[in-house]
Design a protein around this ligand. Structure first.
Ligand SMILES: C[S@@+](CC[C@H](N)C(=O)[O-])C[C@H]1O[C@@H](n2cnc3c(N)ncnc32)[C@H](O)[C@@H]1O
Length: 286
């Protein structure tokens, strides 16, 4: 697996640094526009290295690129400039609306739709991606649709971004295990496991499977870290099930982290966090 490193610094971190200071329907997980906006702001983005890899594998600039499970357009925006026509598709009307408001470009459009019924003609699409989304899909139904709409030689690419680990605080890294526990308790364990395993156990519909890895390195204050945790659907499920507001949910996370060993120093520091971001690809044969 090839491995590269990218660096991301969020707005909140920049401010912090300058002042030094069990049954879940995937389509219902992302229906709040507040969550969509938080997601757009605080989730790490699809690394552009993966976009370049897909274009290299295709061997030419893609004409049509469909990004399925586009959410608020975070991944779709990263493709701008790399394909002539880019279509983001999401099951959630709210996500699609936030995507339309957030990202505007002549090559870009967002459509409400599902992974098993893509808004495309037979054999008309050069690239299909799903970023942080395929683990929610009915994969056999999705792959049937991929086979229908991809052109011969077209690429399907599935990427995810794994939970951050703290590079330079052992206590903070240990404390974060409570976030894993929440994801397992309030999420769909088998889907989360696919992400934990970096999609190694996700089968692709074509023979020439390739695996690519980019490590995203992020400078985050505690505030940034909590903002990213508050974009996880299981964390939001936990907040709802306890009848908490988002701010109360944030406080709850702080208490959990403290119980697991987060120190005062951790709370007031900016640390380097690392996310593994695997991409698996395969191409439809000619
Ligand atoms: C975690 S978000 C990923 C958003 C974006 N791709 C990114 O990289 O930030 C997963 C998205 O998949 C969408 N989704 C889940 N099941 C879907 C389905 N069957 N068809 C289309 N979209 C789906 C959800 O609504 C959600 O917006």
């Amino acid at each position: 697996m090839s491995r590269t490193v990218g660096i991301a610094v969020t707005g909140a971190t920049k401010r912090a640094m300058s002042t030094s200071g069990k049954t879940i329907n995937a389509g219902e997980l992302f229906v709040s526009s507040d969550l969509s906006k938080r997601y757009a702001q605080f989730r790490p983005k699809l690394p552009v290295e993966h976009v370049n890899t897909i274009v290299e594998l295709l061997g030419r600039k893609p004409g049509v690129w469909v990004d399925v499970g586009c959410g608020p357009g975070t991944s779709t925006q990263q493709i701008v400039g790399h394909a002539d026509t880019i279509v983001g598709v999401d099951i959630s009307e709210t996500q699609v609306e936030v995507a339309r408001q957030t990202h505007q470009h002549p090559s870009l459009s967002f459509v409400q739709g599902t992974c098993d019924k893509l808004p495309a003609e037979d054999c008309s699409v050069d690239v299909i991606t799903a970023v942080q989304a395929a683990h929610y899909f009915d994969l056999p139904a999705f792959f049937k649709e991929v086979e229908r709409v991809l052109k011969p030689g077209g690429i399907v690419g599935l990427a995810c971004i794994n939970l951050a680990s703290c590079k330079d605080s052992t206590t903070m890294n240990t404390a974060r295990s409570c976030i894993w526990d929440l994801l397992k308790e309030y999420g769909l364990a088998e889907k989360i496991q696919l992400v934990v395993d970096n999609y190694e156990n996700v089968a692709l519909p074509y023979q020439d499977r390739k695996e690519h890895m980019v490590e995203i390195s992020t400078l985050w204050s505690l505030d940034d870290y909590l903002n990213s945790c508050l974009t996880f659907s299981p964390v939001n499920t936990m907040i709802k099930s306890k009848g908490l507001s988002v701010e109360e949910g944030r406080e709850h996370l702080v208490e959990l982290l403290k119980k697991r060993g987060m120190t005062e120093k951790d709370m007031n520091s900016v640390y380097t966090w690392s996310h593994e971001c695997p991409l698996i690809t395969a191409s439809k044969s000619f």
